[in-house]
Design a protein around this ligand. Structure first.
Ligand code: PEP
Ligand code: MN
Length: 338
């Protein structure tokens, strides 16, 4: 359904042109003539009908779309929550899923030690970037394919599924050979070529919210992946850009229940990138679970002072253990389990 409001002095010819255009687009127009304006309601699947085109037609004052621009990602299209199965874990089910690990894969010892720590604490999935999208070209860029090999080794040793970021459409296939879940980061969340490529691959995609995307734009990113055939998309709120400078980003807590009402896809939260500060990670993690998050992504490091990226926001092993105990209790309070 779409509503077209004609200008006050729109001519009969201008109105007829709109009606013709709507009928040619296999939709049905309903005309309502007011004292001042004529309003045309359009029913049918007007997604094939370009609202931008109607907006440019002569005599049109305003076009008001009444349907969301995303379909496959919407709650209207699929009522039940999407549950994604990875390595025996049900993502988006009643149980809360914890993804934890270092920001970047730095060495074999570093990754294997942290993998064992997060596994012992009860995490379900190991994270670690092999291709790091860094703000500076002089910062650590990740170990590349060697990093992927180390993730595969950590999976072998711990039994944990692994998630890692892909930053380039040409590397989707390579990353999918190693990872159980592909991550698309905030900076690349509107890289449409990358989204399309990820949509053609058979691994679930963990899509972070762009730091400047509103929820409609964000869900359109998920739609890109789904429209290419991959329905296994996991969403993640990781903080957005605001005027506040005391935290790295501003955690949009209300986005969690809001997205859950708009979409059937699982919704995660990343308190590490949202806050940028170790001390804020546990309280914001708890807030996200209380707000209905299906899971969390948390950066953990055993030697954060030596980390090659994001050391300041990595929580220590003992802090992660304590947080997991906390979340176990909290999950029961919100009718979930961990
Ligand atoms: C990350 O998870 O390592 C990362 C770079 O996060 P984001 O894309 O949210 O900044
Ligand atoms: Mn990071």
């Amino acid at each position: 359904m779409m509503i077209v409001i004609m200008e006050k002095n729109a001519s009969i010819k201008q109105i007829q042109d709109i009606l013709q255009f709507v009928e040619d687009s296999a939709c049905t127009p309903h005309v309502s003539k007011g004292d001042e304006n004529t309003v045309i309601g359009i029913v049918g699947d007007e997604r094939g009908l370009v609202s931008d085109k109607i907006q440019t037609m002569s005599g049109v004052e305003k076009v008001i779309p009444t349907q969301k621009p995303y379909k496959l990602a919407s709650r209207e299209w699929k009522k039940d929550n999407t549950v994604i199965r990875v390595n025996g874990i049900e993502i988006g089910g009643n149980r809360i899923t914890i993804i934890a690990g270092p920001c970047g894969v730095e060495s074999e010892t570093q990754l294997l030690e942290i993998a064992q720590i997060v596994k012992d604490a009860g995490a379900h999935i190991l994270r670690g970037g092999a291709f790091k999208p860094r703000t500076s070209p002089y910062s650590f860029q990740g170990l590349g394919e060697r990093g992927l090999e180390l993730l595969a080794k950590a999976r072998e040793k711990t039994g944990l599924a692994v998630i890692t970021e892909v930053v380039n459409p040409s590397q989707v296939e390579l990353v999918a050979q190693y990872a159980d879940i592909l991550q698309i980061g905030a900076r690349n969340s509107q890289n449409f070529a990358l989204l399309q490529e990820a949509g053609k691959c058979n691994k679930p995609v963990f899509l972070k919210r762009g730091m400047m995307s509103n929820l409609e734009e964000y869900l359109m990113c998920a739609e890109y992946i789904m429209a290419n055939g991959n329905y296994n998309v996991i969403l993640c709120e990781r903080g957005i850009r605001t005027f506040e400078t005391s935290t790295r980003n501003t955690m949009d807590i209300s986005a969690i229940p809001m997205i859950k009402s708009l979409s059937h896809l699982p919704v995660f939260a990343d308190p590490s990138h949202a806050t940028g500060k170790r001390s804020l990670v546990p309280p914001v993690a708890r807030a996200a679970v209380a707000a209905g998050a299906d899971g969390l992504m948390i950066e953990v490091h055993n030697h954060p002072e030596k980390a090659l990226s994001d050391g300041a926001q990595a929580i220590l092993p003992e802090e992660f253990f304590a947080l997991m105990q906390n979340l176990k209790q909290l999950s029961v309070v919100v009718g979930r389990s961990l």
